[in-house]
Design a protein around this ligand. Structure first.
Ligand code: SF4
Length: 189
């Protein structure tokens, strides 16, 4: 169905029903109104605003907040209610105060994610599943300050690919090409 067909059909249905607005004028819907209604309904019934933002595809949560027809205070109340419901469903153990050792481990996680060419974005409590092949890993967040180092890695990969091709080590070429593509996505010097 085209947008035009939906718009026209909606107009015909509204005219048939005879619904009017607060000043007695026939109601008219734009397709965009349905986004507003969806977001309003979802947030009012407990969907966290940042999830509504992801569903709506908004880059900024303020755009989402502008779309839903409720006040921010109401949003906060609804979100708190959502958190309370979630806590009631989850094991109480998840919400106890962490021990000093656990807290230190949590803080240490962020230090252990520092890499020579950027930061690893893997979640807390997870280990590296990519054998520390960071340059080819989608979880690497390259550090712009390390451009020179990344350029060095890239040049080294190009040289290794050329050597592998010359020597006939074709089994290595594919893997090196993947790493090269990863290095190529990093900011250039
Ligand atoms: S390979 Fe990926 S997951 Fe592993 S340390 Fe590097 S960036 Fe993190």
């Amino acid at each position: 169905m085209s947008g035009e067909l939906i718009r026209r059909t909606l107009g015909e249905v509204l005219a048939f029903i005879g619904l009017t607005d607060s000043v007695g004028q026939p109601l008219a819907f734009a397709l965009h109104d349905f986004r507003r209604m969806l977001i309003t309904d979802a947030v009012r019934t407990g969907l966290p605003p940042h999830i509504a933002q992801a569903i709506a595809g908004h880059a900024d949560i303020n755009t989402t907040m502008g779309h839903h027809a409720v006040y921010p205070a109401e949003t906060i109340e609804v979100h708190r209610a959502f958190i309370s419901r979630r806590r009631a469903l989850r094991p109480a153990e998840e919400y106890r105060t962490p021990t000093d050792a656990e807290w230190e481990d949590f803080l240490g996680h962020f230090e252990r994610r520092e890499l020579s060419v950027g930061t690893c974005a893997r979640a807390y409590g997870t280990t590296c599943i990519h054998e520390h092949a960071c340059v080819r890993c989608s979880l690497l967040r390259p550090d712009p300050a390390q451009r020179a180092r990344l350029a060095e890695v890239r040049d080294n990969l190009i040289a290794r690919i050329a050597e592998a091709e010359t020597e006939g080590w074709l089994g290595e070429v594919d893997g090196l090409q993947v790493s090269l593509a990863g290095a190529g996505e990093a900011p250039s010097a």
